[in-house]
Ligand binder design. Structure first.
Ligand code: AMP
Length: 118
């Protein structure tokens, strides 16, 4: 499959891996928007959040708990962090393999301003 994240998960494309288990792989985003910017990616190919089903509850919970643990490992659990899942065109999803952005290490505005992070 011609999916960049599948290729990283299969070890066919290089990435700065941080964590891996039977369900997820975590690596640094290649174009970080914050000092800490990691991607928590399910090992199984799912196009987006829209493809997630009831049977994937455990996977989604695991993605979030993994992000929590990695945030602690990165030393940002107390300063704060944000989890983002872009879904579809209007959200700016550019890689169609479900992933959760873990961003932090700086103050982040909310609500987002138009054009922010793009
Ligand atoms: P999204 O726009 O939510 O689909 O996010 C996709 C993210 O994947 C972007 O932040 C990209 O910088 C990142 N990305 C794309 N290709 C790679 C890659 N080969 N290694 C690491 N991160 C990547």
């Amino acid at each position: 499959m011609n999916c960049v994240f599948c290729q990283i998960i299969e070890g066919k494309l290089p990435a700065r891996l941080v964590y891996r288990d039977e369900l997820v792989t975590v690596f640094h985003d290649r174009a970080p928007i914050t000092p800490v910017h990691l991607l928590v990616v399910p090992n199984r190919h799912l196009e987006s959040l829209n493809q997630v089903q009831e049977a994937d509850r455990e996977l989604l919970g695991h993605m979030i708990l993994t992000a929590q643990q990695i945030a602690a490992q990165m030393g940002i659990q107390h300063s704060g962090y944000r989890l983002v899942i872009n879904t579809g065109r209007d959200a700016g999803q550019s890689v169609f393999h479900l992933h959760l952005h873990l961003i932090g290490g700086t103050r982040m505005a909310f609500p987002l301003q138009p054009g922010e992070f793009s």
